[in-house]
Design a protein around this ligand. Structure first.
Ligand SMILES: [Zn+2]
Length: 272
C-alpha cells in the first residue's frame, strides 16, 4: 500500500515538473517569435523570394532488340527526344538558372541578420535560453535550398522480349551540352535536319522504335505474308518495311509499317 502511494507521489511530481518545463518552453518560444528582430526580418525576406521546383526530365528507354541497343547511343536518344521536348527543357534550364541567382541573393540578405536583438525587454527570461530558441526558430524558418544546377540523365536498358532488363547504359548531360544540341536541331528545313550527325542519330532512334514485340505483332496483323507478292513465311524470309522510309521522314508507327519478303523489300529500297 505504502509503495503504491510513494509511487503515485513520484509520478505526480514528475508530471508536474514536465508540465512546468513545457509551459516555460512555450513562454520562451512565444517571446522569441513575437520579439526577435532576426526572426521577423527573416520572415519578411522569405516572403520576397520564391524558387522554381525541380522538374525531372531524365529519359529512359528499354530495347528488347540487341542490335538497336548496341547501335543507339544515349546521345542519339537525347537528340531524338529534344525534337519534342526542347522547349520544355530549355524553359526548365532557365528556371534553374534563375533559382541560382535568386538563392545567392537570398543568402546574401539573410547573412546580415543578427541574433540576440529583441523588440521588448526580456525581463526575467534567461538571455542564454532565448538565444538558443531564437537560433533554432530562425534555422527552421530559413528557406531550403532550391535546385540550382540542371542535369539530365539518359538511361537505356536492354531487355528480353518479355521486358526483363539485364543490361543498361547511362549518361548525364549538363545545361550547356543540351543547349548546344538544341541549337544544332534548329538547323532544319521542313522535316529534315541539315546537320548530318543529328539526322543520322534521329534515324537510328526512329528505326529502333520497332521493338521485337512490335515486329511480331505486325507480322501477325499481315497474316505472316508479304503484303506485296503475298508469299508466306514458310517460303520466304519476312521483314518489316517502313512504307514511308525513315530517311524520307517516315515514322515507326503501326500504320507506316508493313510485312514484306526479303526480295520485295530489297526491290523497294528507299522508294515510297
Ligand atoms: Zn514479296
Amino acid at each position: 500500500m505504502i509503495f503504491l502511494i510513494v509511487f503515485l507521489v513520484i509520478l505526480f511530481a514528475l508530471l508536474a515538473v514536465f508540465i512546468g518545463l513545457h509551459i516555460n518552453q512555450k513562454r520562451y518560444t512565444a517571446f522569441v517569435s513575437e520579439n526577435s528582430l532576426c526572426f521577423c526580418s527573416l520572415k519578411e525576406i522569405n516572403s520576397r523570394f520564391t524558387f522554381y521546383p525541380k522538374i525531372n526530365y531524365d529519359q529512359y528507354h528499354t530495347y528488347d532488340n540487341e542490335d538497336f541497343y548496341n547501335t543507339i547511343s544515349c546521345d542519339d536518344y537525347l537528340i531524338y527526344q529534344l525534337q519534342y521536348q526542347a522547349q520544355k527543357i530549355s524553359e526548365q534550364i532557365e528556371k534553374i538558372r534563375r533559382n541560382e541567382v535568386e538563392y545567392k541573393k537570398y543568402l546574401d540578405q539573410i547573412k546580415t541578420l543578427q541574433l540576440g536583438n529583441f523588440s521588448a525587454p526580456i525581463g526575467k527570461l534567461k538571455k542564454e535560453k532565448l538565444l538558443k530558441i531564437e537560433k533554432r526558430l530562425c534555422h527552421k524558418a530559413k528557406l531550403s535550398a532550391p535546385a540550382t544546377q540542371f542535369y539530365l540523365t539518359v538511361t537505356l536498358h536492354r531487355s528480353n522480349i518479355n521486358g526483363r532488363t539485364y543490361d543498361s547504359k547511362t549518361k548525364t548531360y549538363s545545361a550547356e551540352t543540351i543547349f548546344m544540341l538544341i541549337k544544332r536541331l534548329r538547323n532544319k528545313s521542313g522535316a529534315y535536319y541539315r546537320d548530318r550527325e543529328i539526322w543520322d542519330a534521329i534515324c537510328r532512334v526512329e528505326r529502333g522504335r520497332v521493338s521485337n514485340k512490335m515486329r511480331f505483332s505486325i507480322y501477325a496483323r499481315d497474316g505472316y505474308r508479304c503484303r506485296k507478292c503475298g508469299i508466306s513465311q514458310r517460303y520466304a524470309t519476312l521483314e518489316i518495311d517502313h512504307i514511308i522510309p525513315i530517311a524520307k521522314g517516315g515514322k515507326s508507327t503501326y500504320d507506316n509499317l508493313q510485312t514484306l519478303c526479303h526480295r520485295c523489300n530489297v526491290e523497294k529500297g528507299d522508294k515510297l
